[in-house]
Design a binder for this molecule. Structure first.
Ligand SMILES: [Zn+2]
Length: 297
């Protein structure tokens, strides 16, 4: 398989994938994040995972907030847009955002060069850079892009916001999604959607009602951009651990198991939104459990 990795880039066939990081490092206590987690299981699995996935000093697991830039022969595609800047957000999301900007520009492209933005779902940490502040006004960060948003997901949050008002995490729907849709920059798509000859979207509900994966296939290289179907590699080992943030925890388990079964013991790379380190890896079966093997950086 033609897959070459450096620390933040992967060559996937004819496409270069770059992870553009906004933040990384220890983030959650695993027992707060996964109510079913027990110390014996957590310790056993963390011992099988590389050190960048957890922080023994604090006991926290590491989560990276990142976008994935796919530079294909035809298009520049950005998957998920992190938290973004200059927005009303809860305190834990107000960390500096310079790193994301620096890494985006280090990839040698400009905002104008992005053809498609795909948000796997519409949580606050996946839509942030959809817009940015220019002369006191929020404008699309990527002026020439079509923003691909699942219709199921959009309609769920539209209804949710009408009923509840702004989300406790911040006004992400109001300032990063509505202006895009109302300005005519979005393409609201079915949960099963062929974006181009390299990327096919498929439904991955549970974390949110309309989350979608991006399934990449080029010259025999396959990868699944799985959004928040997985937050941490622990969930490869324990697919029945949904997070406290999942809207339908039982459905999230079904989705996670389906993804694992589709790529276990194959060369298909699993690339969830928040994994740390070398980003991508392979799912393998170990007895009657799954395990995760990061590809070498
Ligand atoms: Zn997320």
């Amino acid at each position: 398989m033609d897959t070459v990795s450096t620390s933040n880039t992967l060559v996937l066939g004819d496409t270069t994938m770059t992870s553009i990081v906004e933040r990384e490092g220890p983030y959650h206590n695993p027992y707060d994040m996964f109510p079913e987690a027990t110390p014996d299981r957590v310790e056993k699995h963390l011992a099988d995972l590389p050190s960048h996935t957890h922080d023994p000093a604090s006991g926290k697991i590491c989560l990276t907030f990142q976008s994935f830039l796919l530079q294909t022969p035809q298009h520049n595609i950005l998957i998920d847009t992190c938290v973004g800047d200059h927005k009303n957000r809860r305190e834990g999301l107000l960390y500096p955002k310079d790193r994301w900007l620096a890494e985006f520009h280090a990839a040698g492209i400009a905002f104008e060069d992005i053809d498609y933005v795909f948000c796997t779902h519409l949580h606050v940490d996946h839509v942030g850079w959809n817009t940015r502040l220019v002369d006191g006004r929020l404008v699309p960060t990527f002026p020439n892009a079509k923003y691909i948003i699942g219709r199921t997901e959009y309609e769920y949050w539209l209804d949710w916001n009408k009923e509840h008002g702004p989300h406790p995490s911040g006004t992400a729907f109001e300032d990063c999604v509505l202006p895009i849709v109302e300005g005519g920059h979005a393409l609201l798509v079915d949960d099963d959607f062929e974006l181009n000859d390299l990327i096919h979207l498929s439904p991955a509900p549970g974390h949110t009602p309309g989350q979608c994966c991006a399934n990449f296939h080029s010259n025999g290289v396959k990868a699944i951009f799985a959004g928040d179907a997985f937050h941490h590699p622990l969930q490869v080992y324990e697919p029945d651990w949904s997070t406290i943030k999942c809207s339908d925890r039982a459905l999230a388990i079904v989705t996670r198991r389906k993804i694992l079964e589709s790529c276990a013991d194959t060369e298909t790379l699993l690339i969830p939104a928040h994994f740390s380190g070398t980003i991508a890896g392979n799912v393998v079966t170990a007895g009657d459990e799954f395990a995760f093997r990061f590809i070498e950086g």
